[in-house]
Design a protein around this ligand. Sequence first.
Ligand SMILES: CC(C)(COP(=O)(O)OP(=O)(O)OC[C@H]1O[C@@H](n2cnc3c(N)ncnc32)[C@H](O)[C@@H]1OP(=O)(O)O)[C@@H](O)C(=O)NCCC(=O)NCCS
Length: 179
Amino acid sequence: MIQHPAVTLRPRTDADYDALYALAAELETWEQRSPLRPAAMTRKGWEARVAEYDADPNGNLSFVVDVDGEAVGTVSLFDIDGFTATAEVGIALAAPARGRGIGSEAIRQIVEFGFVRANLRRLHLEVIASNAGAIRVYEKAGFVVEGRQREHAWVRGHYEDIVRMGLLRDEWRAALGDR
Ligand SMILES: CC(C)(COP(=O)(O)OP(=O)(O)OC[C@H]1O[C@@H](n2cnc3c(N)ncnc32)[C@H](O)[C@@H]1OP(=O)(O)O)[C@@H](O)C(=O)NCCC(=O)NCCS
C-alpha cells in the first residue's frame, strides 16, 4: 500500500464495485475518460471489461484511489511494455472527489510507483485538449506535451485534438528537488 495523509492507492476489493461501476458508466465525463464511443454500459459488461483488463498478460496495474476508506476513483498503469519499460497512465475520479487535490496526489503516487517500484523508464498519456484541469495535474507531476493528434476525438458534437504527454524517469528524478 502507498500512504499519504488523505489519499491511498490500494487494490480493488469487491466492496468497491458499486462505486467503480457508477464512475465507469458516468456519461457526463465519458469522453474525458475514454476513447471509446459513449454507451449505456451495463454492470455485466463493465465487469467483463474489468476481468479482461485484469487478465492482460503484460500485467495492467489498476489501483483504487482511496480517501478515508472510500473508493473515489482509479489510477492505472496499462499497456505496460517490458521491452521499452514504458506504460500509459490513466485516472478517473468520481464527481464529488474532483477539484480537491486528490487527482494531483494520486498522479504523484502512481508516477512514483511506476518509476521506483515497477522499474519503468517512461510514462505517457493522452488527454483531450479541453480537459484543462487534467492537463494541469499532469504538468504539475512533470509531464510535458509531446504532440497532438489533430481532431482525433469526437467530443459531444465536435472534433477535438488529443494531447499526448510524456515523462521520463531521469527528468522526473532531476526535478524532484525542485518540487
Ligand atoms: C482530471 C482529474 C483526474 C483531476 O483530478 P482533480 O482531483 O480533480 O484535480 P486537482 O484538484 O488535484 O487539480 C486540478 C488542477 O487543475 C486546475 N484546473 C481545474 N480546472 C481548470 C481549468 N479549467 N483550467 C486550468 N486549470 C484548471 C486546478 O486549479 C488545479 O490546479 P492547482 O493545483 O495548480 O490549483 C479529475 O478531475 C477527474 O477524474 N476528472 C474526470 C475524468 C478525467 O478527466 N480523467 C482524466 C483523463 S485524461
